[in-house]
Design a protein around this ligand. Structure first.
Ligand code: PLP
Length: 422
């Protein structure tokens, strides 16, 4: 029963260093967030010891009376948060949820139609090295070369051309909202299933600040750790009972063995918090932060340096910076921002002339800083720092000082260690 610092000082040092990194820098990776202490506690708990194959009340192991309560709570909170009739909270991750979705609604060899990876789609939507591209005949739609928006006429014509079994709506890098009703109309026209992957924008949906895909899609998948700000994991929703039976059996025993009950308990806590007014306030600050950033990066000084924002702005929690006309590429921008203490990721823009390891874009997200407490004034300061770092001849040391000051004003996990303990 000795502590980690005694049993394994090397790993204890990793945790301490990572806590310090998170506290002293500004996290702007669009898919990241900070879980509350309560979630760290649930996730770092004795529930990690429990096998619970099966579903609540129908387990293949004894001793599940308490973990059943956790999973029932996670299910009922997910259903009420998103207004769905059925929820499966067992997927270990977003990718596991997506594997189960395809397992349930398509057969190997079937055609699936999703957003092109290079235009903002996700690996699990048909990338050729991913299971989705290897098991299924993956075809794609791209964004419009002028507007960078998904054009529903193009989606429809690709659907009519390829007659996929599944149409996928959802993205990892797109800064506008999709028209789920229009996607459903295309799916219905060809007898396909519509699957919406809301991994990125689920927190906005939960807060009522983004249209919900639940009434339109046959199935919706998501992660819990991006805008929702819960533990690293996934879940699946549906309103169709017959389909849901297939989804349940696709998760277990189709894709997974024992569920991660400690993570499921933490999901339940995250869903509880997501129903509270503070959560909506945080999602509002997330959206405004992204808009403040987009405004700053479309000012004349940025334009003069070849910096722009794809689609000219954002309706979600991220901004896609377009560096195709800029001397600095995505990799350099990521490195420069890292030097000033701001963490982002480079990202290919559609029709990117630079190679994927270099890219002409950066994806910048606001959820983690909104969780930290940032409002309009702080996002304005961050936007200024980012613009100054990307413009010619930045004073990196001065910018780093401004970042450090901002981080210090918004303490993270104050008084706690890296496992959330005082
Ligand atoms: N779906 C989308 C749209 C994503 O952006 C991601 C993660 O980036 C995933 C699924 C996969 O989630 P995970 O990394 O938990 O497997």
């Amino acid at each position: 029963l000795e502590p980690l610092s005694v049993v394994d000082p090397e790993i204890a040092a990793v945790l301490a260093n990572e806590l310090d990194r998170q506290q002293s820098t500004l996290e702007m990776i669009a898919s990241e967030n900070f879980v509350p202490r309560a979630v760290l506690e649930a996730q770092g708990s004795v529930l990690t010891n429990k096998y619970a194959e099966g579903y609540p009340g129908r387990r293949y192991y004894g001793g599940c009376e308490f973990v059943d309560v956790a999973e029932e709570l996670a299910i009922s909170r997910a259903k009420s948060l998103f207004g769905a009739k059925f929820a499966n909270v067992q997927p270990h991750s977003g990718a596991s949820a997506n594997a189960a979705v395809l397992h349930a609604i398509a057969s190997p060899g079937d055609t699936i139609l999703g957003l092109e990876l290079a235009h903002g789609g996700h690996l699990t939507h048909g990338m050729k090295l991913n299971f989705s591209g290897r098991l299924y005949n993956a075809v794609s739609y791209g964004v419009d070369p002028e507007t960078f928006l998904v054009d529903m006429d193009v989606v429809r014509s690709r659907a009519l051309e390829h007659r996929p079994t599944v149409i996928i709506a959802g993205w990892s890098a797109y800064s506008r909202q999709l028209d789920f009703a229009a996607f459903r109309a295309v799916a219905d026209e060809i007898g396909a299933k519509l699957w919406v992957d809301m991994a990125h924008f689920a927190g906005l949906v939960a807060a009522g600040l983004h249209p919900s895909p639940v009434p339109h899609a046959h199935v919706v998948s998501s992660t819990v750790h991006k805008t929702i700000g819960g533990p690293r994991s996934g879940f699946i929703l549906s309103n169709d009972e017959e389909l849901f039976k297939k989804l349940n059996s696709a998760v277990f025993p189709g894709q997974q063995g024992g569920p991660l009950m400690h993570v499921i308990a933490a999901k339940a806590t995250a869903f509880k918090l997501a129903a509270e007014p503070e959560f909506r306030d945080r999602q509002e600050r997330t959206l405004r932060g992204a808009q403040i950033l987009a405004d700053r990066l479309t000012q004349p000084d940025a334009k003069a340096a070849g910096i722009d924002v794809l689609t000219g702005g954002t309706d979600v929690h991220l901004v896609l910076v377009d560096l195709r006309e800029s001397e600095i590429d995505g990799k350099t921008a990521e490195d420069v921002l890292h030097q000033v203490g701001i963490t982002v990721n480079r990202n290919s823009v559609p029709f990117d002339p630079r190679p994927p390891m270099v890219t002409s874009g950066v994806r910048i997200g606001t959820p983690a800083l909104a969780t930290r407490g940032f409002g309009d004034a702080e996002f304005t300061e961050v936007a200024d720092i980012i613009a100054a770092a990307l413009l010619p001849e930045p004073d990196l040391a001065a910018l780093r000082t401004r970042v450090t000051a901002l981080a210090a004003r918004f303490p993270l996990y104050a008084g706690l260690d890296a496992s959330g303990m005082p």
